[in-house]
Design a protein around this ligand. Sequence first.
Ligand SMILES: Cc1cc2nc3c(=O)[nH]c(=O)nc-3n(C[C@H](O)[C@H](O)[C@H](O)COP(=O)(O)OP(=O)(O)OC[C@H]3O[C@@H](n4cnc5c(N)ncnc54)[C@H](O)[C@@H]3O)c2cc1C
Length: 445
Amino acid sequence: MVIGGGFGGVNATRALAFADADVTIVDRTNHHLFQPLLYQVAAGILPEGLIAPALRSVVRKQQNARALLAEVTDMDLDGRIVSAVAPDGRRLSLPYDTLVVAGGATHAYFGRDEWAEFAPGMKTIEDARHLRSHILSAFEMAELATDPAERADYLTFVVVGAGPTGVELVGQIAELAHKVLPRDYRTIDTTEAKILLVEAAGAVLGPFHPKLRRYTQRRLEKMGVDVRLNTMATAMDSGSITVKRPDGELERIPARTRIWAAGVQASPLARLLAEATGAETDRAGRVAVLPDCSLPGHPEVFAVGDMVSLNRLPGVAQPAMQEGKYVGKLIRGRLKGDPPPKPFKYFDKGSMATIGHTHAVADAFGMRFTGILGYTMWGFIHVLYLIGWGNRLGTLYTWARALTFSKNRAHRIITFQQAHDEVAHGPPARAEPARPPVRARQGAV
Ligand SMILES: Cc1cc2nc3c(=O)[nH]c(=O)nc-3n(C[C@H](O)[C@H](O)[C@H](O)COP(=O)(O)OP(=O)(O)OC[C@H]3O[C@@H](n4cnc5c(N)ncnc54)[C@H](O)[C@@H]3O)c2cc1C
């Protein structure tokens, strides 16, 4: 049984392709989401289908694997039963011999969960669709506004958190405002949009080399982004965000669009595993696994990806993929009676982020790349890791059309109702709290 069809879960499943095993992959979505390109869905560049192939089609050729659409709510490790809820609310009991948990992570608001209502994050396809509607609705409302102050509020976009996601999103909003939309609006000048990137730390792209950080900041500023470092969000409401500036003063920034890209926490499934096995969790709620990714006292239970802490690895795609593959191979070997493999060892392939069209930073193979070279590497790697040739070619075609030839964004569809919902009610209730609560069963789990 594999819980989660993200990078960790899919790689574990695929590594079991030739094992003498029946593999069930359970996910609360029906697709494998390529999160690194989610911001392009939010920006209207890519249609979601290209980055979210159906899990069923991902495992179509793998005869020993099947996919189930259900939300896992509980795990009884002693009884070896996973409890889940079907979309119609039916309770499912799914027995297993070996369990791989790859539930990923979700947004963290550092104890200010109420901010989720005012500053949505981006983790799922629903989040990206919602952000797209919200950004486009803001421009539409600005076009309709007659009061200059109201118009300015609609044309102010604040992204909180200058990690790769925040940088990529803010870069896309800047491109929309400065390159794509000016031709299409008659009343407003979209280049007057105020686009702010707010970061509590002293640099953008914290974990990157200082040279790449400086390049990124300069580039964003050239694109019209107001980069506010050492600046912390302290309050929010439906029409503004308040920040504490480096001089200690509070500043209220009226803005109808605020986007949260500042933190993540592990899936609640990590806490369940920790409670069941006595494993530690870290500040981000990630469960500490043993060097072979198994849980203490349960050699038949593994956890991988964003929800685990192992060797201080970052919560990015490569560790999840490599851990998933490692665990799949370990289980395959175990079924064949092979001796246990060596502990998991991570191969660092580097990190990269884009800063709008033709600019990116990449830190790979001990070298650092910027500009078009970094961008080409970024594009190559991302297309390579997409699942399916159709999606790879479709993405290349869409990029060529949207970014190079038409300089347009084809996926800009909103309806009156969507715009009304965005403007009148703000973001929809976030997915995590809306679901049935994940229960911790005393003793059994
Ligand atoms: C916007 C964004 C941009 C990113 N950009 C990059 C990047 O450029 N480079 C990079 O290396 N990494 C990037 N990452 C991080 C990378 O995507 C993650 O590290 C990676 O997806 C982790 O893989 P995973 O398998 O642990 O979790 P995920 O890929 O998140 O998969 C978890 C799966 O579990 C399912 N699930 C969760 N809970 C349950 C449940 N209770 N029941 C059933 N199913 C459940 C979810 O639906 C999901 O399909 C980005 C992440 C985001 C959000």
